[in-house]
Design a protein around this ligand. Structure first.
Ligand code: ADP
Ligand code: MG
Length: 380
């Protein structure tokens, strides 16, 4: 199929001249038109291409138009597909039969090509409007479902975490080395679930009502240093050289907790997607009223065809999936939403097998509104 998003119409008539006239009538509509020469072919085509509309001759040898429509209507997938029946006889009995079979319209041959085009156009418009409404409703239900489930999961998980903490603190008795090891595994996984639930809730919130910010002025270099230290244990474990270079210490009016979350996501990605012994460098700089944070890694990279998709919810690049690197594909959705809420930009440069650089730019907003930043330099 050349373009799967295009509206597809099946035109079925055993007479070539009628098929050609119908195709010519619909040629201006930017539809993908497929011709069928008899009822059997029409049913087969319908089942394989799932057309948006069918124009079918009523009287054909073998399986006629009424049989085709009646048969397709038994399949719920075709319950709403508009069907136009063509016939040479404008008899009341034919109209009744067409309606009984489930046809939406009945047109007598010879038909006016303009009339056919306008009927098709009207039915397609109606179908698209109904489909859009249904999709919007499904989207809303999906958001509601995610928010509800995440919420219901968070309460028991928080309780599990609390009791595990008490056990690990040996508040209820001493632990053997093995018990401690096992309970630490449980605790790590409970934390992971809690993070996932938090991410799901946040994504649902972003989609439903956007991200609210609680702003205060913070030193971006300090924020970056904290994020680097958060990632340090994992980097050390993989023998990754993780460094921070701060040319300046931009004072930024931002939501520090959210921005920290964005930096944690980006730095943890860099560490996660970089093989052992690699390098990750975080750089903070500022220029022309904008602060920039760059996170550069020598990791697995992202192929050009997948580069734009990495900001979509749940998307994970094929090389990440192949290597079984854990993740949910929500980190970048959240990160991008945080950057955009700060009126910033996020760009990714990457070469597969060489590495990735993510660049976040944020406008520096001061209370005096002059956009300048104090440049002290050299902090790490
Ligand atoms: N630094 C990186 N190097 C290579 N691939 C990356 C990098 N950052 C993100 N990606 C790709 O983008 C996908 C989405 O990232 P993200 O939303 O953080 O999800 P997750 O980390 O849970 O997989 C990742 O699964 C990975 O395929
Ligand atoms: Mg991630």
């Amino acid at each position: 199929m050349e373009n799967p998003a295009r509206i597809t119409i099946v035109v079925c008539d055993d007479e070539a001249s009628t098929r050609q006239l119908a195709c010519a009538a619909l040629a201006g509509g930017n539809y993908s038109i497929i011709e069928a020469v008899d009822g059997n072919e029409a049913v087969e085509l319908a089942r394989s291409v799932r057309p948006d509309l069918m124009v079918i001759d009523m009287m054909m040898p073998g399986r006629n138009g009424l049989d085709v429509v009646a048969e397709l209507r038994t399949d719920p997938e075709f319950a709403d597909m508009p069907a136009i029946l063509l016939t040479a006889h404008d008899a009341i009995s034919h109209r009744d039969a067409a309606a009984d079979a489930g046809a939406d319209r009945f047109m007598t041959k010879p038909f006016s090509p303009l009339k056919l085009a306008s009927v098709v156009d009207g039915l397609i418009r109606k179908r698209l409007a109904t489909q859009n409404k249904r999709l919007r409703e499904l989207d809303r239900l999906k958001d509601e479902f995610i928010a509800l489930v995440s919420h219901e999961l968070r309460t028991p998980l928080t309780s599990i975490g609390g009791y595990l903490e008490l056990i690990l603190e040996e508040e209820v008795g001493e632990l053997t080395t093995q018990q401690r090891r096992f309970i630490e595994v449980i605790e790590r996984n409970a934390q992971r679930l809690l993070r996932l639930v938090g991410d799901l809730l946040l994504v649902a919130q972003i989609e439903a009502s956007g991200l609210g910010l609680e702003r205060s002025v913070v030193d971006l270099a300090k924020l970056a240093a904290e994020a680097v230290e958060t990632a340090r244990p994992r980097a050390d474990k993989k023998g990754i050289d993780l460094s921070l270079v701060c040319e300046e210490e931009p004072a930024l009016a931002c939501d520090p907790a959210r921005l920290a979350q964005a930096l944690d996501n980006l730095i943890s990605n860099a560490v996660k997607f970089t093989p052992e012994g690699g390098h990750v460098e975080v750089r903070v700089s500022c220029r022309q009223g904008r602060a920039a944070i760059e996170i550069e890694d020598t990791g697995i990279g992202i192929s050009p065809v997948e580069r734009d998709a990495i900001f979509a919810p749940f998307f994970r690049a094929s090389n990440a999936v192949e290597r079984e690197i854990q993740g949910t594909g929500l980190g970048l959705v959240i990160t991008k939403a945080i950057v955009l809420a700060h009126r910033g930009e996020i760009h990714v440069e990457s070469e597969e097998g060489i590495g990735t650089t993510v660049r976040v730019e944020l406008p520096l907003e001061h209370k005096d509104g002059n956009g300048a930043s104090p440049a002290a330099g050299g902090a790490a």
